[in-house]
Ligand binder design. Structure first.
Ligand SMILES: NC(=O)c1ccc[n+]([C@@H]2O[C@H](COP(=O)([O-])OP(=O)(O)OC[C@H]3O[C@@H](n4cnc5c(N)ncnc54)[C@H](O)[C@@H]3O)[C@@H](O)[C@H]2O)c1
Length: 259
């Protein structure tokens, strides 16, 4: 994968830690210029210290649910590297396994804002950037969204998280369909369990019945997904070696959802 992203500029959301950081490392290894963003400014700065020797890396802290954040992110990529070629919609938060009948709707609003409206705004701003008339290179770009096995199954998380991950499939395919002839590709990966920090959502407790249902599914999970291995798929999917890949829903879960 050496240099398959040379001269590309990529924006990766939720990249302070977990899967986003692994993606940032893989993009730098592949020769990209990378902008990483996260709401957690302290850890984002540590990540910058850790990765900046690998290649051109710029950080911008902020909350994806802020209305003006998407435009700030695109403008930062343009100011730093002249353009944006790749968006990785990775930031996301888990819910607490609440089924709809027991869900605090304020929490629903928060999960939808982070997991769906935030990515939709950044996708919109990226598409506009990919198509702008005064681009220094040809029009077009690649979007890779991080969905989840919960975008294909109903009982492994609560109603809020499950709904957002299903909806991201719709956003991905709509974008792919509408812009296929304009050089923009949009794909989504559906990971199974990964060893990251996402379980902080449970710090304030969980819905025990919801979690018990999820645990039944866990009993047939063939294995956790290695984030460094999966990052290489993200690199490939966003590269010019995958120009045929558009509107794809890619299961990356050791076959868990197939069971
Ligand atoms: N860990 C898993 O088992 C798993 C499985 C399937 C899919 N996913 C998805 O993978 C993606 C990455 O999650 P992860 O597992 O690395 O978890 P993580 O918690 O380690 O990383 C998520 C990052 O998103 C950031 N973030 C949260 N809210 C934000 C906001 N409002 N604005 C900006 N940044 C924000 C967090 O600070 C964090 O750094 C998510 O979309 C998640 O839904 C995770």
């Amino acid at each position: 994968m050496t240099n398959i992203l040379a001269s590309k500029t990529a924006l990766i959301t939720g990249a302070a830690g977990g899967f986003g950081k692994a993606i940032a490392r893989a993009f730098l290894d592949a020769g990209a210029q990378v902008v990483i963003t996260d709401v957690n400014e302290g850890i984002l700065q540590l990540t910058h210290q850790e990765l900046s020797s690998l290649g051109p890396l710029h950080v911008i802290a902020g909350d994806l649910t802020d209305r003006e954040m998407a435009d700030r992110l695109i403008q930062t990529a343009r100011d730093q590297y002249g353009k944006l070629d790749i968006l990785v919609n990775n930031a996301g938060i888990m819910d607490r396994f609440d089924p709809i009948g027991e869900l605090d709707m304020a929490f629903w609003d928060r999960v939808l804002a982070v997991n769906l409206t935030g990515p939709a705004r950044v996708t919109q701003a990226s598409v506009q950037e990919f198509l702008r008339d005064d681009r220094p290179t040809a029009k077009g770009g690649a979007i890779l969204t991080v969905g989840s096995i919960n975008g294909l199954r109903g009982g492994i998380a609560g109603a809020a998280y499950t709904t957002t991950k299903h909806a991201l499939v719709g956003l991905t395919r709509s974008t792919a369909a509408h812009y296929a002839t304009k050089g923009i590709r949009s794909n989504i990966i559906m990971p199974g369990l990964m060893e990251t920090n996402i379980r902080t959502a449970y710090e304030n407790g969980v819905n025990e019945e919801g979690r018990a249902l999820a645990w039944k599914s866990l009993g047939v999970n063939p294995g956790h997904v290695n984030i460094d291995d999966l990052s290489k798929l993200v690199v490939f999917a966003c590269s010019d070696q995958a120009t045929y890949l558009n509107g794809a829903i890619i299961s990356t879960d050791h076959g868990w959802q197939a069971i």
